[in-house]
Design a protein around this ligand. Structure first.
Ligand code: AMP
Length: 183
């Protein structure tokens, strides 16, 4: 079971990732969480990514692919994994495909949780994370539209791609995801 969750920041990827992890016993890998952990350590790399994240910009594709490749080689990923917040760009998607090919695990289910932008701004302002100011939120939505949204077409043409309505209650979104994973 190899899953990618796509969706704008605030669509509910983290919440659904936790439910998938608990129900299907696969690790949930979030580059955002990994980068925040690095930032807390205040290493030179941590300080650099902290500033990038605070601005709502994307960390370089090379760095992300290195982190993800290392993580996917860990033994707990053998039976499958869920990627939350990766890939964010076409080069990341291509790099990921290459990593999975080398691991002999090319098959993916890609699930987009769709929520309109107006609802996202409301949700993220309630979340109160350091990078959740109104200005950064708007910037991150623009970054998503420009860099990440093209992944929908990328995956639609070449993989198992599914879309779920993220405006539903959490349990209903999860039920839709379960149907996809068990189909
Ligand atoms: P997230 O927790 O997924 O919303 O990520 C928070 C921040 O971490 C993003 O705004 C980016 O600055 C950075 N980040 C996380 N994942 C990626 C990724 N795959 N590519 C580039 N930057 C990322």
């Amino acid at each position: 079971m190899q899953i990618i969750l796509l969706g704008v920041p605030g669509a509910g990827k983290g919440t659904q990732a936790a439910l998938i992890k608990d129900n299907y016993h696969i690790p949930s890998i979030s580059t955002g969480d990994m980068l925040r952990a690095e930032a807390r350590k205040e290493t030179p790399l941590g300080i650099t990514v902290k500033h990038i994240m605070a601005r709502g910009e994307l960390v370089s594709d090379d760095l992300i692919l290195k982190i993800v490749e290392k993580r996917l080689h860990e033994p707990d990923c053998k039976e499958g994994f869920l990627l939350d917040g990766i890939p964010r760009t076409i080069p990341q998607a291509e790099g990921l495909q290459e990593i999975l090919r080398k691991l002999h695990k090319p098959d993916l289910k890609v699930i987009e949780i769709f929520v309109p932008d107006a609802e996202i701004v409301k949700r993220l302002l309630l979340r109160k994370r350091a990078d959740d100011t109104e200005e950064t939120i708007k910037y991150r939505l623009a970054v998503y539209r420009e860099n990440t949204r093209p992944l929908v077409d990328y995956y639609k043409s070449s993989h198992h791609f599914y879309n779920v309505n993220g405006l539903q209650p959490i349990e209903a979104v999860f039920r839709d995801i379960q149907h996809i994973l068990e189909s």
